[in-house]
Each structure stands twice: as C-alpha cells, then as structure tokens.
Design a protein around this ligand. Structure first.
Ligand SMILES: C[S@@+](CC[C@H](N)C(=O)[O-])C[C@H]1O[C@@H](n2cnc3c(N)ncnc32)[C@H](O)[C@@H]1O
Ligand code: SF4
Ligand code: SF4
Length: 370
C-alpha cells in the first residue's frame, strides 16, 4: 500500500494507529512449559535486538500513539538490561506491563524495575499444586518462588495479575487456582485456555481438555466471578475448540496491535510467524510507522475484503472478522480459510474430531520447550 506522491493512499489515510504492543524481548527462558506459544524455532541470544534498538522501537511506538507495551518473551527478566528497557518505554510515555514467569526475579531486581517506572506485573503460575506446576514448567522450586514474587509485587504497590494457562493437566484444580490467586491478593486472574501454536501445538495431545472438564471449569469460573466481585476480576473465555463461533482475534489483523519478535520482526500477532509463506519486515530495516502503513503482510487480512465464503456473506463478519488466521492455518494449512472453530466452516469437521478424541490419558509425555 504505497503512497502516491506525497498524498497517502485513501486506505492508509483511513488507517488508525495501533494502541498496544507486545515486545518479545528474548526467547530465552529457564522454564520449559509444553504449552508455550513461542515458536518451535527459537531466536538465539546473538540474534536479539540490542538495548538501543529496543529503546528506539519504544520511542517510535510512543510517537505513533501506542499507549501500552507488554514486556514479554521468552522470559523478559532473562534480559540484564530490563531496567533500562522499562525506563526507555516509560520515557516514551508507554504504560509498562511485565509478563513474567517470575523465577529469575529477586526482591532487589524487582525494586530496580519499580524504580525504572514499571506499572504492572502479570505473573504466570502453572497450577495450584506445586508438584504438578513444577512438572509442567520442568523447573524445580519454581512454584514456591513464584508465590514469593507475588508477595513482593503487592508489597511494592504494583497491581498484580495472575495468569494461569489451563489445559487437561491442571483444569480440574480450577477451584484451588482461584483461591490461590485470591490468597496472593491479585487484582485480576486471567484463566487462559491454551492456544495451540508453537510448542503448544506439538503438545496438543497432552493438553486438550475433555468436554466435561471444560463444562465443569466454565461453571466454576462463572460462579467465582460472582463470589470474587469487588476483590478480584476474573477473565475467563470458553476455549476456541469448544465454542460454536470463533473469537474476534486481536480485534482484527493489523487493527490495534502489533508484536515485535526478539530479532526485530514486526508482526500483526505474536503467533503470525507460525504461518509459513508470510514474510515479515524488520524494525532493523524500516520504521514501525512504515511497516504499519505499507507492509503487505499487515494488509493481507485487514478488514473484510480478503474473506472467502461463508464469511463473505455472513452477517457476523464484522463481529468476529472470520476468527483467527493462525488457528485457520494450524488446522487447515490455509491462513485465509474461515476459522474451522466456526460451525459454518466447511472444515469444522477437523475441530469436531479433535474435541471428540477419546484418547485422553492422564500420563502426559510432554515435549518440553527447549
Ligand atoms: C509466552 S509467555 C512469556 C512470558 C513469561 N515467560 C510467562 O510465561 O509468563 C506470555 C504469556 O502467554 C501465556 N501463554 C504461553 N503459552 C500460551 C498458550 N499456548 N496459550 C495461551 N497463553 C499462553 C503465558 O502464561 C504468559 O502469560
Ligand atoms: S510460557 Fe513457560 S516456557 Fe514459555 S516463555 Fe513463559 S515460562 Fe517460558
Ligand atoms: S462464517 Fe465466518 S463470519 Fe460467519 S460466524 Fe463463521 S467465522 Fe464468523
């Protein structure tokens, strides 16, 4: 979508700036969660953007109108320069949210992040049962450390979100997981059903819950929303594979949000690199604004013009935008297909087969993320 002369093309002129950004600072991580959405091909340390490159990305993001940056990875606290990165994001007027597994933090290193201007912490836990949590993350002692970190965050006066990715191996503990988050004085609990990209896709056979597990968990989460009102907000959404219609993914491809990978690729969604055949522009070669406005991949699924039938003539097309492109690709091999989660999709049979699968052994043979 290149501009003609000095006037931008009408579709570029109508484009709104992004409001949120995910900064995947590194793929390095001491945990090895089999549900990790990171790509199977991880970026090495030598390929990561430098401190100065990230600071420049944050400056550009602030100037474009981005309001919030999620500092994530991999494990963002594996970056020794994290306090400088937080300070750089803060001085670009970005609200900073650290998404962390917590195990590398100390009270002192958290203090340095607070001094640098950190606004919010989202801490992930793997379960309420220590033994199972540590089996999932393949990291001994991790659970107790995370509980301690949660205490430091609250003590430092930062709002705490507890995030638990749920799946067949921990979903039956949901009641206790909710009590654990309450006990940690989280202001928000995000119960995130596993999304099947990256390592999670390789482990789907270990992670897919049964229908009855999902039904029980949904009832527990709904009752807890009421019980916890005024104390803790609970975010819970029925998992994609068990829904009848897909979710509106990312509020639309290239609409409000972008991610930057550890090596500097600017992505419409953190899982977009799982779609083979797409090319991504690097912040090392172009400005964020140029990529947002001109990059072909960002235009590929913007709006509704790209849609095939049955979405094209469906009255829900502006509501759900045809679902998730990465999920459509993972399930059908075609990123422009209707999300097969939709009962109207010609490939809905793929999802039915996965959901009704009987082989639900409780002995996981995890392929650990490396
Ligand atoms: C990739 S992690 C990186 C940050 C940090 N290492 C952590 O785990 O908190 C970013 C967030 O995505 C969540 N997450 C990871 N894999 C996921 C998946 N397959 N589906 C849904 N959420 C996932 C994590 O729990 C975390 O809140
Ligand atoms: S989800 Fe687990 S393995 Fe993946 S980056 Fe976070 S802590 Fe590490
Ligand atoms: S056919 Fe497409 S637009 Fe209609 S509900 Fe299904 S995914 Fe949404």
């Amino acid at each position: 979508m290149s501009a003609v002369g000095t006037e931008p093309a009408p579709e570029v002129a109508a484009l709104k700036p992004p409001i949120g950004m995910l900064a995947e600072l590194t793929h390095r991580c001491p945990l090895q969660c089999p549900y990790c959405s990171n790509p199977v091909e991880l970026v090495r340390r030598s390929g990561e953007l430098s401190t100065e490159e990230w600071a420049d990305v944050f400056r550009q993001a602030g100037a474009m109108g981005v309001l919030q940056v999620h500092l994530s990875g991999g494990e963002p606290t594996a970056r020794k320069d994290l306090p400088e990165l937080v300070a750089a994001a803060r001085s670009a007027d970005l609200y900073t949210n650290l998404i962390t597994a917590g195990v590398l933090l100390t009270r002192e290193s958290l203090g340095r992040l607070v001094e640098a201007g950190l606004d919010h912490v989202q801490l992930s836990l793997q379960d309420s049962v220590a033994e199972n949590a540590e089996r999932i993350g393949n990291f001994r002692g991790g659970h107790a450390k995370k509980l301690e970190v949660a205490g430091w965050v609250v003590e430092a006066g930062l709002p705490l979100t507890v995030n638990v990715v749920v799946h067949r191996q921990n979903l039956d503990h949901l009641d206790d997981i909710i009590d654990m988050a309450l006990g940690l004085r989280a202001h928000r609990l995000e119960i995130a059903h596993t999304q099947y990209y990256g390592w999670a896709l390789s482990n789907r056979h270990n992670l897919m819950p049964t229908r009855s597990q999902v039904e029980r968990a949904t009832a527990i989460a709904q009752a807890a929303e009421e019980r916890c009102r005024g104390r803790m907000v609970i975010d819970y959404v029925v998992p994609d594979y068990f829904a009848r219609r897909p979710k509106r993914c990312m509020d639309g491809w290239g609409s409000q949000f972008f991610a930057v990978s550890p090596r500097g690729n600017m992505l419409p969604c953190h899982a977009a690199e799982t779609i083979t055949g797409l090319t991504f522009s690097s912040v090392r070669d172009h400005t964020l604004r140029w990529i947002w406005e001109n990059d072909e991949t960002f235009w590929k699924f913007r709006g509704t013009a790209w849609m095939p039938e049955p979405c094209r003539s469906c009255d829900r097309r502006d509501l759900d935008l045809g679902g998730c492109r990465c999920q459509a690709y993972a399930l059908t091999g075609d990123a422009s297909a209707t999300d097969p989660v939709c009962e109207l999709s010609p490939r809905h049979d793929v999802v039915v087969a996965l959901v009704e699968l009987d082989d639900r052994s409780n002995q996981p043979d995890y392929i650990y993320r490396r």
